[in-house]
Design a protein around this ligand. Sequence first.
Ligand code: NAD
Length: 506
Amino acid sequence: MTDGAPAGARIAVDNPATGEVVGHVPDTSADEVAGAVARARRAQRDWAELDARSRAEFFARGRRWLMAHRQEIVDSLVEENGKAQEDAIVEIVYCASAFAYWAKQAPRLLARTRMRTLSPFVLGRAMYTRRVPIGVVGVIGPWNNPLLNSFGDAIPALAAGNTVVLKPSEHTPLTALLMERMARECGWPKDVFQVVTGAGATGRALVDTADFVMFTGSTRTGRLVAARAGERLIPCSLELGGKDALLVLSDASLERAVNVTIQGALSNGGQMCTSVERVYVEEAVYDAYLDLLHERFRQVTSGRPAGLGSTDVGAVTFPPQLAVIEDHVQDALSKGARVLVGGHAAPGPGRFFEPTLLVDVDHTMKCMREETFGPTLPVMKVADAEEAVRLVNDSDYGLQATIVGSDTRRARRLAERIEAGCVTINDAQTNYMALGLPMGGWKDSGLGVRHGAEGIRKYTRLQSVSTNRFPMRRDPHMIPYEPSGYRLMLRLADVLYGAGLRGRTK
Ligand code: NAD
């Protein structure tokens, strides 16, 4: 084997909330990945030729399957990821809505578009563009949302007529395998959707063979994927890390501000690319906001998810992440920050970190600059919104930001000065559910977007077709060049772009 695992190798999957091994999956070798991509390529032609209605019917079956099997899927997500059941259901509802949305919108968003032009060189030509599926889309996903950021991105790729090979994170591969079962039980054509489990080498093998890569994960791996895609000259879309900020303006409803902060910072245990990881509060309301935040933060529960209402914050999914969270807290404390709530890893079994509220923080601290990806929240007082905007933009990342304030016009003006792909006002994270609204990062947070027209068009190649319906024996601008043709072209150009019909021509 040149790359990837030896044949028959398997990867153990643990439950982060208990430490117990809950399954084993194949560590797919590079040769096996190449085989899956070859099968997907063969299946793609027929899938692309299906009319939109037939594809919509397969999607409708998938949607119904998801809703009918929701408890089984929730259990799988909770077991392999350690998240609260309430966080898990969001992933399922998202995918069900994505099936409905892309089935309905794909024909419109991918329809042929007629073009008009006034150029004197091509007057009267009929022109249109058409979109052609790229082929086999390799989707590579992270561990924090095993369904949403993996299978969720496969849906528009399939809707555009591509086939998909999905490589879920090696830490959370079980739910993706349920989606392979969904495809079988819903009678989807063979090999239209396949899952290859494995670690980084399996992902690399997919980047080596797919026709397009949809990658969600860390900025570090994203750079490797982009470099390899560049070598192969294939397109890729990268959804990477973040250090999302929340700004509390002095006219904000503090109740709303605190609720949005806690949801944004702690949903999914703070393990979202769009988690609120730093808060800036205008001086005038800092004390009042912090008092209320402190009171509510203390009430947040954390621990093993065991059904509805059992916990607000689940486990730390990825083993090395505990050390990162610990390091960011210790670094802040060593530079003068104070912990108001939490501050420690919780004792096992399983991996947990206490929901942690930090104050007296500044931009010399890792917790304000590097992605923490855990249930910690540093809060900083700023003189005013000007200072806040400067600090929000003082970041390598630019995924999302949130502004809470009553004067929405002022909030929007500030939003437009923030260097991030998405800004939400008086909400955090909910924009992800608006499938018509593009979502993607600036700076080190990524390239390209998911959702919206671009979120499906990226999975296609564009072909332009131009027809001369009334071809003359020769055009005015053709070899051998003639002065009369030259003058005619110039006259036309002058009418269109110059001094007009009555203007001077030379
Ligand atoms: P990661 O980069 O370690 O791994 C992501 C995936 O890439 C995994 O499936 C992994 O096996 C695979 N991989 C590893 N090396 C590879 C290689 N050389 N070539 C191809 N694939 C390779 O990320 P992670 O730790 O699983 O996920 C957490 C990160 O994901 C965080 O930074 C988070 O912010 C980010 N994330 C971003 C978004 C977004 O939409 N922007 C959404 C969710 C998570």
